[in-house]
Write a protein that binds this ligand. Structure first.
Ligand SMILES: Nc1nc2c(ncn2[C@@H]2O[C@H](COP(=O)(O)OP(=O)(O)O)[C@@H](O)[C@H]2O)c(=O)[nH]1
Ligand SMILES: [Mg+2]
Length: 114
């Protein structure tokens, strides 16, 4: 689940609402901080606020270990926190994270009849 938070606004009441649902369902959460280009962006503070929100919602240690993606949706750029700010988010930038797993699937032969 992508938890989208504005880099200047920080988490809003609806952020709390959806995060609560996600934690209850044990969905892996990826925090997406958007509008990092804005002059009033307060990225580290906002990440701390989201972290506090997780704690307030009784998140487990594992849930607290969420990856953070930084985006400028206007420019179409995205990068995982701690990685060089790049261009468009590529599969290789996400493949290294255990959070990004493909859905389980079973291989089946193609159906022979309609
Ligand atoms: N500077 C900047 N503006 C953005 C970015 N992403 C969206 N916007 C602008 O934000 C405005 C929309 O607001 P937004 O917070 O995304 O949606 P809302 O919360 O549903 O109103 C539009 O003018 C977008 O162009 C970004 O990464 N950087
Ligand atoms: Mg907004």
């Amino acid at each position: 689940m992508l938890l989208l938070v504005d880099a200047s606004e920080g988490p809003l009441p609806q952020t709390r609402f959806v995060l609560k649902k996600a934690l209850e369902r044990e969905l892996p959460v990826i925090l997406v901080i958007n509008k990092i280009d804005r002059p009033d962006a307060r990225i580290d503070e906002v990440i701390d606020e989201v972290y506090d929100l997780f704690i307030d919602l009784d998140a487990t240690e594992d849930q607290l270990d969420f990856p953070v993606m930084m985006t400028n949706a206007r420019a179409g750029t995205a990068a995982l926190r701690g990685e060089p700010a790049g261009g468009a988010c590529s599969p290789s930038s996400t493949r290294s994270s255990p959070t990004f797993r493909p859905p389980p699937a079973t291989r089946r032969p193609p159906s022979s009849s309609w």
